[in-house]
Design a protein around this ligand. Structure first.
Ligand code: OKP
Ligand code: ZN
Length: 373
C-alpha cells in the first residue's frame, strides 16, 4: 500500500488546548504523525512511503479546495493569525476554540496576502492543513497498482464544514479528495458517485454538512452518541432535498466494545453496497485489471480513519481492543473496491501507529485474498 505524507504536516504545533476549562497539552500533536510514520516504515514490504512535494508547486489545489470551502472562510484562515497579532493578541498560536469563533470577524473584504510574506506561524497555519497531501494522494491513487492508498496527514478534517472550523479541523481533507475524485473520474454524462465511511470516534459534522444535499456522495458515520461535537450525528439526519437517503449515522453508546462495533460496521458496509448498484460489476473489473496488470483504478470509497475508538484513548470513550483494528480493515476490504484512507483522529501516542497499521494491513491482506481467482 502506498502511503503519502509531507513534513509540512508537522508544522502545526499549538502548545496547549483548553479542555473542560483546563489548560492541557495539545492532543492533536505532530508526534501522532511521526509515530504512525515510524510504524509503517518498519514494515517496508507492506507500506511504501512517499513524500509529496508540495513546496515545489506543480499542482494547484486551490480550485479543488474551493469546491468544498467558501472563499471568505479560506481567506480568513490565511489572514487570521496576522490580524490577531496585529490587533494585540497573544503570539501563541491560536487554538481551535479560538478559531471556532470565526464569525466574530467579517470574513470578506480583506486584502489578499501573499503566503510568502506571512509570519512563520501564519505560514504553518496556511500550509499545515494538508491540502497538497490529500490532493497528491488522490492523484497517485488513481495511478497506483495497489487497491488501497493512505493519506497520512494532519490536522484532521471531518469537523470542518464549508465555512466553519473546529475540533482540530480546518480543511476537510476527505471532502476535498472526494470532490477531486468525482471530477477526475468524470464521464461525459454523469457525475460518478463516491461513498465516505467515517470510523473516527467523533461524528464528522463537517463532512455531513458539506454533502448533506448531494445525492452523489454517500456519507456513513459510526461515532459516539452524546459526545463531541454534541449537536449532530443522530439517525434522524438523513440528508436534505435530492440528498435524502445519502447520509447515514450510526450513533453508538459510550463503552462500545469490539463485537457491537463490528456489527454496526458490517451494517454500514451493507448500506454502502446498496448505494452502489455497480458493485458486483466493478468487483469483477478490479480483478480483471489486476490480472492484466493495468494500473488504472477509480477510487470510489474513502475512509475517514480515526483510531480514537481505542480503549485507552485519552479523549474517546469506546473500548475497542488492538485486534479490532485488523477486523475493521477486513470489513472495509469486503467492499472490494479501491479505497483511499485519510487520517483523522486518534490520540493514544503509544498505540496510534499499531492501530493504524492494523487497519491498513487488515484491508490489504483481506483485499489480496479477495481478488485472487
Ligand atoms: C477531533 B477528531 C471533549 C473535548 C473535545 C475536541 C475533539 C476533537 C476531535 N471534552 N475536543 O474527530 O478526532
Ligand atoms: Zn475523533
Amino acid at each position: 500500500m502506498k502511503v503519502f505524507w509531507d513534513p509540512i504536516c508537522l508544522l502545526h504545533d499549538p502548545p496547549y488546548e483548553i479542555l473542560s476549562g483546563n489548560k492541557v497539552p495539545y492532543f492533536e500533536s505532530p508526534a501522532r504523525l511521526q509515530v504512525i510514520k515510524k510504524e509503517l516504515e518498519e514494515h517496508p514490504s507492506l507500506f511504501q512511503l512517499e513524500l509529496t512535494d508540495s513546496s515545489s508547486g506543480g499542482i494547484d489545489i486551490t480550485g479543488h479546495v474551493e469546491t468544498v470551502h467558501g472563499r471568505g472562510y479560506l481567506n480568513y484562515l490565511r489572514n487570521a493569525y496576522d490580524e490577531w497579532v496585529r490587533d494585540g493578541g497573544s503570539a501563541v498560536p491560536l487554538s481551535d476554540n479560538i478559531f471556532s469563533g470565526h464569525r466574530l470577524t467579517p470574513p470578506s473584504g480583506r486584502a489578499k496576502v501573499h503566503v510568502d510574506s506571512l509570519s512563520p506561524v501564519a505560514k504553518a497555519g496556511y500550509y499545515c492543513f494538508d491540502l497538497s497531501l490529500t490532493y497528491s494522494s488522490a492523484i497517485a491513487s488513481v495511478n497506483c497498482r495497489n487497491v488501497g492508498v493512505f493519506a497520512l496527514c494532519r490536522p484532521p478534517g471531518h469537523h470542518a464544514g464549508t465555512s466553519l472550523s473546529g475540533g482540530y479541523c480546518f480543511i476537510n481533507n476527505v471532502a476535498v479528495a472526494a470532490q477531486f475524485l468525482q471530477g477526475f473520474n468524470q464521464r461525459p454524462t454523469d457525475k460518478p458517485s463516491v461513498a465516505i465511511l467515517d470510523v473516527d470516534y467523533h461524528h464528522g459534522n463537517g463532512t455531513q454538512e458539506i454533502f448533506y444535499s448531494d445525492p452523489s456522495v454517500l456519507y456513513v458515520s459510526l461515532h459516539a452518541e452524546d459526545d463531541y461535537p454534541y449537536f449532530t450525528g443522530s439517525t434522524t439526519e438523513k440528508g436534505i432535498n435530492d440528498g435524502v437517503g445519502t447520509n447515514i449515522n450510526y450513533p453508538l453508546p459510550r463503552g462500545t466494545q469490539d463485537s457491537d462495533y463490528c456489527a454496526a460496521l458490517s451494517n454500514a458496509v451493507e448500506e454502502i453496497k446498496k448505494f452502489d448498484p455497480g458493485y458486483l460489476l466493478l468487483r469483477f473489473f478490479v480483478f480483471l485489471y489486476r490480472g492484466l496488470n493495468l494500473s488504472l483504478r477509480l477510487i470510489e470509497h474513502l475512509i475517514s480513519l480515526g483510531v480514537d475508538t481505542f480503549i485507552d484513548d485519552p479523549i474517546g470513550d469506546f473500548k475497542l481492543s488492538p485486534s479490532c483494528y485488523t477486523r475493521i480493515g477486513q470489513i472495509v476490504a469486503d467492499l472490494g473496491k479501491p479505497t483511499l484512507f485519510v487520517m483523522e483522529g486518534g490520540y493514544h501516542i503509544e498505540m496510534i501507529g499499531k492501530n493504524v497499521r492494523a487497519v491498513l494491513q487488515g484491508f490489504e491482506e483481506q483485499g489480496t485474498t479477495d481478488v485472487r481467482p
